[in-house]
Structure formats: structure tokens, C-alpha cells
Design a protein around this ligand. Structure first.
Ligand code: NAD
Length: 493
């Protein structure tokens, strides 16, 4: 089993190619800075070439013309090949992005295969509406939209890339994927595996590199692109929406979050404490859905905080390849500095650090970008550290007395991605879910997903929804067909 990829090129049509100007960049392991691969640094010309390949595969190739069942057979073969290479992909993901091996192996790479199986079957099984109405017979068709640009982030690289690619392909589109420059490896290896499994050439193209004027430029501004699906920060989302507007290209954008995790006094703390730990420190704190604002009812605040802090202090932060590690390194130096900058800002804003708050520099951590679980109290919801996305293992803890107050604080945010609520009062849970400004609300749990449900965010967290029928709306051009039937067939025999 190979767990290294030393040279990463673009996949354009049938060819693995270097960048048009030969430029490259390096992908390094955030645990120890070792060089993992030299990566083609895509130019705008590379982006345009990939779009042309995807366009040809869509306009002239068999993929959009295949029946959903024919496509599903190939997409299942892709999923099977991912499963067969699960260990290799998990190792690559962990080395490239610092995600713990436990998470890569048991959550993210299995979800890659699930993304493919789910959408292959969803499309094959989905029905169309039909409305017989006297002489009129109307129905809906869902032809594929065309060429899809998929732009993905570094924090769950292949899981999120395939959350876009799988539905786009299943509905009959062709794709140009641009992974994040911090984590190019698994997309590269995945594309090899997909071709090996029988995906026709040109149906999936992968370009590597950066945003703005580089390779991602044409992906958002070329008129030959029919859909843009983006996951990343809210700031980048604005730029993509502006670029897409010139061609009226529809955009689905899954962006940042600042989700509240609300713990009521009647919560089962044996459930709530470990879930709250997972909700903020899982994924090294670099998860869009994280419960970053912990709201604890004042009557149990002390008891909860004691248990929560104790568990946080005991988490093993270390080499992500070690199955005992709960957290690995942050993605890169610059990001660590941003996270630490927010911790310093929180102190200036009156916050008190209960645990963490300084970069880890011990023997195991000295060559990596390690930051400990950090808990901050004493802030109000007006503090910038409590309002802005930190995207690191930093929890700000706020108190509340009543349900109404908890809801007011929760919804007082420009973000609206997700939320968590721990209570044994189901009436309250339903009441709050109905009034919560968030695309997803979890009650007594966290991070569990049914891919049939809508996924996305309100406010600056998102535009549109994906998942099940919502992905169908986005990745197809729903078309109304109406036939006037002849009253009698006599004249037409
Ligand atoms: P980012 O916005 O910096 O980059 C995301 C992707 O966009 C990368 O591939 C990047 O190269 C590309 N990009 C950057 N500028 C571009 C431009 N002008 N045009 C086109 N593409 C451009 O985000 P990131 O730092 O990689 O990821 C972290 C962010 O992603 C966080 O804000 C996090 O909350 C968010 N996120 C959201 C979800 C969700 O489902 N809502 C999931 C994961 C991550």
C-alpha cells in the first residue's frame, strides 16, 4: 500500500498535466513540516482548459445521456474503489491536513464512499412529478445543468469535495474540482481511483492551486460553467458570488459558522459533556459546524464547566497518525497565528482563559502547528471573539437564565449554520428548533447527518441548500413539460 503522492498534477480530460507555466508549490505535513508533494500551481489557462474538457465531455460524451442506473453502476464502482483504498486515503488525508487518523479512517473516508452510494441510488430511485389533468398531462424533467465548478476547503478535504462531486455526477453533470491548496493529495489520488473504476475521461477534471486570478478565476467567471458549488469562508463566498453574477451562474455556497451549543439544566450531562467536547475540539476545532459558543444555563454553569474543562485538559493533542490522539495540529502557521490572535483579543475584551491559550511547544509538538483546547469565560455575545469565526479549538462560554434569553443570544449572530441543544424537555427542544436561525439543529447529539435532509446555512453561513432533493434542484435544470392529449384517438388510427 502506497501512502505517498510525491508529484501532483492537474487532471484535464484524459491527461495528467503540469501547469501551463510549469509553476509548482509544496504540500507539507502540518505535524512536522516534512515535504509531502510538489503540486502543480494552476494558472487561469489551466482552469480554462479544464472547463473546455468538462464542456466537451458534457456536450459530446456519453455521461449526461446515460440512464441514472448506468451512471449509478459506475458511481458504485468508484465507492467500492474508495473502500478498497480506505487506509491509503486516510493516511494521505491525515498527513496532508492534520486530521486524526481515527477520524480519517472511521468517519471521513467512509463518508466519501457513502456520498457516492447515496447520490447514485438517490438519482436512480427518484421519481418525477406528473399531473394528469383532463386533457392536459404535465410532468417535470430534471436534465443535468452542464459543467459544474466545485471549489472545496481544506478542513475535510475529500469528504467535502465528494459531497459536491457525487451529486453533480449522479445527476449527469461533468465537473471541474479545485481542492484547497493546503490539502491537494486526496483529491489527486481519488481522481486516479475514479478513473480506474470506470468514470469516463473528462467527466471529472481536477485542477490544483489558488483562488482569485489563478486557476480558480475561470471556474467562477467563465460563461461555459453552468453551476458553481463552493464550500469555504464567507469572505471568499462574497467574491465568488460577485464573479458568478456576470454570467448569472447559479451558486450554492456553504460557508462559515459560529454555532451555539446550548446546555439546559435538565440535560443529561453524561451525554452533554462529551458531545460538547466533540462539538468544539473534534476535527482540531477546524469544523464549520463546531459548537463554538457554549451557552450554559447559570444554575448548572459551575458544575458543567468543571466537568467540561477537566475533559478538555485530558484530551491528547499530538501526532495525528497516533490513534490515541484526539486532536492533531492546525493546518498551517498563518492559521495558528490567526487563532491565537483571537485568544489575545478575547483577553483584551475581558475574557478569562480557563485552560489552553498558548501554542504547544513540547518535544512532540515543536515542529508542528499545535494549539491546545482553549476555554474562555467572561465575554459577552458582543465581543468579537464571541461573534467572529475563529476556526480553531477555542470555546467561548456564556451563561443564560431562560429559554428566551438563550434563543436571543443564539440568534444574535451574522452566521446561521448550525446549533446544538441539550435538554430532556422535548417540548422546549421543538419550540427552540422552530425559532433557531440555523440550517441544522441537533438535539442531544451532534454531527449526525441524513443526506436526504437539506444542508446549508442562513445569514452569511450559506446560500441555498444541498442534500437529497435540494441537490437535485441545484444540479439540474428542472423543466416543465405539458402535453394536450387528443380527446379521441379515432382520427389518428
Ligand atoms: P477559503 O474560503 O479560504 O477557501 C476555500 C476554497 O476557495 C479554496 O479551494 C480556495 O483556494 C478557494 N478560493 C479562495 N479564493 C477564491 C476566489 N477568489 N475564487 C475562487 N476560489 C477561491 O476557506 P478555507 O480556509 O479553505 O476553509 C475554511 C472555511 O470554510 C471556514 O470559514 C469554514 O467555516 C468553511 N467551511 C464551511 C463548510 C460548510 O459546509 N458550511 C464546511 C467546511 C468549511
Amino acid at each position: 500500500m502506497s501512502t505517498t503522492v510525491s508529484e501532483v498534477k492537474h487532471l484535464i480530460g484524459t491527461e495528467w498535466v503540469a501547469s501551463s507555466d510549469g509553476d509548482t508549490f509544496e504540500s507539507r505535513d502540518p505535524h512536522d513540516g516534512s515535504l509531502l508533494a510538489t503540486v502543480a500551481r494552476g494558472t487561469a489557462d489551466d482552469g480554462r482548459a479544464a472547463i473546455a474538457a468538462a464542456r466537451t465531455a458534457f456536450d459530446d460524451g456519453p455521461w449526461p445521456q446515460m440512464s441514472p442506473k448506468e451512471r449509478a453502476a459506475i458511481l458504485h464502482a468508484v465507492a467500492d474503489n474508495v473502500d478498497e483504498h480506505r487506509d491509503e486515503l486516510a493516511q494521505l488525508e491525515t498527513r496532508d491536513g492534520g486530521k486524526t487518523i481515527t477520524q480519517s479512517l472511521h468517519a471521513e473516508i467512509p463518508r466519501v464512499a457513502h456520498n457516492f452510494r447515496f447520490f447514485a441510488d438517490y438519482v436512480a430511485m427518484a421519481g418525477n412529478e406528473a399531473y394528469p389533468d383532463g386533457d392536459l398531462f404535465s410532468y417535470t424533467l430534471y436534465p443535468p445543468a452542464g459543467v459544474v465548478s466545485a471549489i472545496s476547503p481544506w478542513n475535510a478535504p475529500l469528504m467535502l469535495a465528494t459531497w459536491k462531486i457525487a451529486p453533480a455526477l449522479a445527476f449527469g453533470n461533468t465537473v471541474v474540482l479545485k481542492p484547497a491548496p493546503q490539502t491537494p493529495l486526496t483529491a489527486h489520488r481519488f481522481a486516479e481511483l475514479a478513473l480506474e473504476a470506470g468514470l469516463p475521461p473528462g467527466v471529472l477534471n481536477v485542477v490544483q492551486g489558488f483562488g482569485g486570478d489563478a486557476v480558480a478565476g475561470p471556474l467562477t467567471s467563465d460563461s461555459r460553467v453552468d453551476r458553481i458549488t463552493f464550500t469555504g469562508s464567507s469572505a471568499t463566498g462574497v467574491k465568488i458570488l460577485q464573479a458568478a453574477a456576470a454570467n448569472h451562474t447559479p451558486v450554492s455556497a456553504e460557508m462559515g459558522g459560529k454555532s451555539a451549543n446550548i446546555i439546559f439544566a435538565d440535560a443529561d450531562l453524561d451525554v452533554a459533556v462529551p458531545k460538547a467536547i466533540r462539538a468544539i475540539f473534534g476535527g482540531n476545532g477546524q469544523v464549520c459546524l463546531s459548537g463554538t459558543r457554549l451557552l450554559v444555563q447559570n444554575s448548572i454553569r459551575e458544575e458543567f464547566l468543571e466537568r467540561f474543562t477537566e475533559e478538555a485538559r485530558n484530551l491528547k493533542v499530538g501526532d495525528p497518525k497516533d490513534p490515541a490522539s484526539f486532536m492533531g495540529p492546525l493546518i498551517e502557521e498563518q492559521h495558528l497565528e490567526k487563532v491565537h490572535g483571537y485568544v489575545e483579543l478575547a483577553q483584551e475584551e475581558g475574557g478569562k482563559i480557563i485552560t489552553g491559550g498558548e501554542r504547544l511547544t513540547g518535544a512532540e509538538h515543536k515542529d508542528g502547528f499545535y494549539y491546545p483546547p482553549t476555554i474562555i469565560t467572561g465575554l459577552t455575545n458582543e465581543a468579537r471573539a464571541a461573534r467572529e469565526e475563529i476556526f480553531g479549538p477555542v470555546e467561548t462560554v456564556l451563561g443564560f437564565d431562560t429559554e428566551e434569553e438563550a434563543l436571543r443570544i443564539t440568534n444574535d449572530s451574522p452566521y446561521g449554520l448550525a446549533g446544538m441543544l441539550f435538554t430532556q424537555n422535548l417540548d422546549r427542544a421543538h419550540r427552540m428548533a422552530a425559532r433557531w436561525k440555523a440550517g441544522t439543529v441537533w438535539i442531544n447529539t451532534f454531527f449526525e447527518r441524513d443526506l436526504r435532509l437539506p444542508f446549508g446555512g442562513e445569514g452569511i453561513s450559506g446560500l441555498g441548500r444541498e442534500g437529497g432533493q435540494y441537490s437535485r434542484e441545484f444540479f439540474t435544470e428542472p423543466r416543465a413539460v405539458t402535453i394536450r392529449l387528443q380527446r379521441s384517438g379515432a382520427d389518428h388510427d
